[in-house]
Ligand binder design. Structure first.
Ligand SMILES: [Zn+2]
Length: 65
C-alpha cells in the first residue's frame, strides 16, 4: 500500500466544474491546461470586447476606516 498520508485537496474546476484532486493538475485552480486557456481566453475576450470605462461593478470596494 502506498497511499499518500496526506489527504488530497479536492478542487472544482472554475471552467468546466469538474471535480478533481489538486495533485492531479499542473495548472491549479484549473483541472487542465485546456481549462486554464479557456478561462484566459474568456478573460482576454472581455478585455478586448469591452472598453474599460472604470466600471467598479465586480471590483471590491476599497474599505477605509
Ligand atoms: Zn476543467
Amino acid at each position: 500500500m502506498e497511499w499518500s498520508k496526506l489527504p488530497a485537496t479536492r478542487m472544482v474546476c472554475p471552467t468546466c466544474q469538474r471535480k478533481f484532486l489538486l495533485d492531479e493538475t499542473k495548472t491549479p485552480p484549473f483541472c487542465s491546461e485546456r481549462c486554464q486557456m479557456i478561462d484566459l481566453g474568456r478573460w482576454l475576450k472581455e478585455e478586448n470586447g469591452l472598453p474599460f470605462e472604470g466600471d467598479p461593478g465586480d471590483t471590491p470596494v476599497e474599505y477605509r476606516e
